[in-house]
Design a protein around this ligand. Structure first.
Ligand SMILES: Cc1ncc(COP(=O)(O)O)c(C=O)c1O
Length: 304
């Protein structure tokens, strides 16, 4: 990792290399942290953070679901994000706000400990999440089952959700694939390890409902809004494994992934094995939106 700029820790900007925590930090032991992943893009009109208020809202929703008492307001966190991005001096970056039960008492109950907050950012260029962006990702249906809200709140972007996702991602990579697709305990399609999923069949764009266990992705919402603004629609319905193998096109959405195409699932080729026309069009519309080239979506950008 290239160490550039500063990291915001509980309201203070500290040098990147000094942003450290104690080894007895509660979250390190018990996964008691929540976080966000946000992008800042180098648009023709300057650097802009994509859907900042929505990410800050989700950050606070995640904290609420874990009864975390935030010592900062949404306004303070938004300002902290902008300050950190400016201090980094990068035109394009990935931004990672994190709230975690810190150092204090050890033991399972986290609530005696203070909730610490940090905001880091590092260089990440558009389209840098390579697998599938241009060539199409090869995905493996994971043998790990997506955990669901009976086990822990899945609408929280919580670190504890990601052990399950990381196992799926590792399994996929170890078997020669680029990414995992996770089914839920009912055998329905949930999402990728860190992306939402869309399936196109006979020109109908479909995506699993949030009740299937996927995160309420901000890119998912952006893509749905773009499709609707362009006169189309997205059907939310439970998808079977068969729907994946039989699809004409599949694409995934996420802050890191943006809009990436899936051209193979397990040993099955999707469509003709190349990125489909609908995926290509959505990828382009999304890129126009994040680059500020589509006036309709300019309110999604916070110029810094
Ligand atoms: C599990 C999971 N699903 C979906 C997404 C996509 O969400 P978003 O588009 O808000 O980045 C992410 C990424 O944050 C994720 O980690």
């Amino acid at each position: 990792m290239k160490e550039t700029g500063k990291i915001w820790m509980n309201g203070n900007l500290v040098p990147f290399k000094d942003a450290k925590v104690h080894v007895l930090t509660h979250a390190l032991h018990y996964s008691t942290s929540i976080f966000e992943g946000i992008r800042c893009y180098d648009t023709p009109n300057g650097s802009a953070i994509f859907r900042l208020p929505e990410h800050v809202d989700r950050f606070f929703k995640s904290a609420k679901l874990y009864s975390m008492k935030m010592q900062f307001s949404k306004k303070a966190i938004s300002e902290g994000i902008i300050k950190t991005v400016k201090a980094g001096g990068l035109k394009e970056s990935y931004i990672r706000p994190l709230a975690y039960y810190g150092y204090g008492t050890m033991g399972l109950t986290p609530t005696q400990n203070k909730v610490d907050v940090s905001i880091a950012c590092w260089e990440w260029k558009m389209g840098e999440s390579k697998a599938g962006k241009f060539s199409g990702a090869k995905c493996k249906i994971s043998s790990w089952i997506k955990i669901d809200s009976r086990f822990q709140p899945m609408q929280a972007k919580a670190a504890s959700n990601y052990a399950n996702a990381a196992l799926a991602r590792m399994e996929a990579l170890e078997n020669g694939y680029d990414e995992a697709i996770m089914l839920n305990s009912r055998g329905k399609v949930a999402e990728g390890s860190a992306e939402n999923i869309f399936v196109v069949k006979d020109d109908i764009i479909q995506t699993p409902p949030l009740s299937a266990g996927g995160l309420e992705g901000i890119t998912r919402d952006s893509v749905i809004q773009i499709i609707e603004e362009n006169g189309g629609f997205v059907v939310e319905r439970d998808l079977e494994r068969d729907d994946l193998y039989a699809a004409d096109e599949i694409f995934m959405t996420g802050t890191a992934a943006e809009v990436k195409s899936v051209t193979q699932i397990d040993k099955a080729k999707i469509g003709n094995g190349k990125m489909g026309e609908i995926t290509k069009a959505i990828q382009k519309s999304f890129t126009d939106a994040i680059m500020g080239k589509d006036e309709r979506f300019l309110p999604w950008l916070t110029f810094i």
